[in-house]
Design a protein around this ligand. Structure first.
Ligand code: FE
Length: 508
């Protein structure tokens, strides 16, 4: 909040002519994750598809034409979801976002999924401002994307919009191979710096930030909003001066806006399910927001007309990737679903495929967060496998000790990044206190002093999702083969695959 001059204060007291309440509308999204098409989101409706960019475009256009004082801001992770993003390395996403009327979007961890060079190429194609102020070329003061903030105008007010990425979230959830040569720096320091630069020249400060804990990847939701957004609440406490914080990464919507240290915090539940709408009343005399209301507008496909221009562009990109995406791989007799806090039949498939890749592998683990989309019974295409596992992660074989395996599973049991899905030779038990009480390979307890060959993705074995023990492996062999290809190969001689649950993970 800025102080107004003594002269203007006197003016207000004497005449009070300049006091005016101005309304501003902020539309927001986060973690769109390339959900260009409407889809079923079990916890919202089992029959009515939600989301999709053609619906989103219609809604944003309507909002902007009804109220010209409307800004639309996104909080990152627009890449990686359905195969269309993976197969175009995000290009289809940027191309369609160019039609969404985005006024500013920050960078999320998944924008780096195809490597930072590829990301910058795609960003060059964006016609909307992308903002980030704390990711640098390692050891330099050069931002990788030299646009820490934008100043937007709405209803005669100047609004500074800062873009940041949480340092913890960056090192927790980017693939280190893909961000080699970059470094994320303390977001609080840079937030203070940019606020200082913007305060004298703007009326309001908005932060678009991607930080905190990653979204749970499963069909089940998580209801505790404040706990999930605690990083954002703390940031607002530690750094005063942000009027509105639009946040992403946690995939946790705020039906009610949170308030922390006078900062209004909002977010959506990801996947283009909702459009957030925050309406604020700004008092030009007090120079602050004096009232606000917030809602999450669920985007039901059957209630909104497709934006024709957007539909055309989506169709174009779908046609570009069809040749690979529609290739038939197998047939699944049952639905394959993900889970974050327990065994999943999809996790079992991916882990089994990894274990079978090489004879020397004792067992394989897959991080639950890598699995992004449930698959219906019926024909399994390459596109389905890519949508289920959209990352160009490769299969890595590591030789590690039993003690290190214990460390890995202790982290898995903590649930901050979800449990580790395991292959058929392995079983583990978590007790009611969240402690590991049993780790077994082919029925025998893991020996802390022995060594084992454990396979996983290059993301996890480089320390991703907090699995740091892998970085101290005795031997490390990257096969350079994509996980999706490993699974495709595994299914080759299985024209009918039956997903399994085998009590590989027991939670007491
Ligand atoms: Fe994220």
């Amino acid at each position: 909040m800025k102080k107004f001059s003594a002269l203007s204060a006197l003016f207000f007291v004497s005449f009070n002519l300049s006091s005016e309440i101005k309304q501003l509308n902020f539309l927001y999204t986060n973690d769109l994750h390339a959900h260009l098409q409407p889809h079923i989101e079990q916890w919202i409706s089992k029959t009515r598809p939600v989301g999709g960019f053609a619906n989103l475009a219609t809604l944003i256009k309507e909002e902007k034409s009804t109220n010209p004082n409307t800004l639309y801001i996104d909080a990152g992770d627009y890449f990686s979801g359905p195969y269309i993003s993976t197969l175009t390395e995000g290009e289809a996403v940027i191309d369609t976002m160019n039609l969404l009327g985005v006024d500013a979007a920050c960078i999320g961890n998944h924008e780096f999924d195809h490597g930072w060079e590829s990301m910058l190429d795609k960003f060059e194609m964006a016609t909307f401002p992308i903002i980030n102020g704390n990711i640098f070329y390692e050891g330099t003061d050069e931002l990788i994307w030299d646009n820490p903030y934008v100043i937007l105008e709405s209803n005669g007010l100047k609004i500074g919009v800062i873009g940041l990425h949480g340092k913890f979230a960056f090192y927790d959830t980017t693939n280190f191979k893909m961000v080699d040569g970059l470094e994320a720096r303390d977001e609080e320091y840079y937030l203070r710096k940019y606020i200082k630069e913007l305060e004298p020249i703007t009326d309001l400060i908005v932060l678009s930030v991607h930080e905190g804990v990653p979204g749970r990847q499963s069909t089940k939701g998580l209801s505790d909003v404040e706990r999930t957004l605690s990083k954002d609440i703390d940031l607002a406490k530690n750094v005063p001066g942000v009027d509105i914080m639009i946040t992403g990464h946690a995939h946790k919507g705020t039906p009610e806006a949170l308030l922390s240290n006078k900062t209004i915090i909002v977010s959506t539940n990801a996947y283009s399910i909702e459009l957030g709408k925050l309406v604020v009343s700004y008092d030009t005399e007090k120079k602050q927001i004096v009232d606000y209301s917030n809602e999450l507008i669920t985007i039901f496909d059957d209630e909104i007309e497709d934006d024709p221009e957007m539909s055309k562009v989506i169709d174009y990109w779908e046609s570009q990737v069809q040749k690979i995406a529609l290739k038939e791989v197998s047939f699944t007799t049952d639905k394959m679903v993900r889970a974050y806090g327990e065994e999943s039949n999809m996790g079992n498939l991916f882990a089994d495929a990894a274990e079978e890749y090489d004879e020397k592998i004792d067992f394989a683990v897959i991080n639950s967060g890598a699995l992004r989309q449930d698959l219906d019974p019926g024909v399994l295409t390459k596109g389905d496998l890519i949508s289920a596992f959209p990352f160009p992660n490769t299969l890595v074989m590591t030789k590690i000790t039993g003690a290190q395996i214990e460390g890995l599973f202790n982290h898995a049991a903590g649930m901050t990044n979800g449990v580790l899905q395991v292959s058929k030779s392995f079983k583990y038990v978590i007790d009611s206190n969240g402690e590991i009480v049993e780790l077994r390979l082919n029925g025998k307890p893991i020996n802390r002093k022995k060594t084992y060959w454990v396979a996983s993705t290059n993301f996890v074995t480089l320390g991703g999702d907090g699995y740091w023990e892998f970085t101290e492996s005795i031997e490390y062999e990257d096969t350079n083969i994509f996980i999706v290809d490993v699974v495709e190969d595994y299914l080759k001689d299985k024209p009918r695959y039956s997903p399994v649950y085998e009590e590989r993970i027991v939670i007491e």
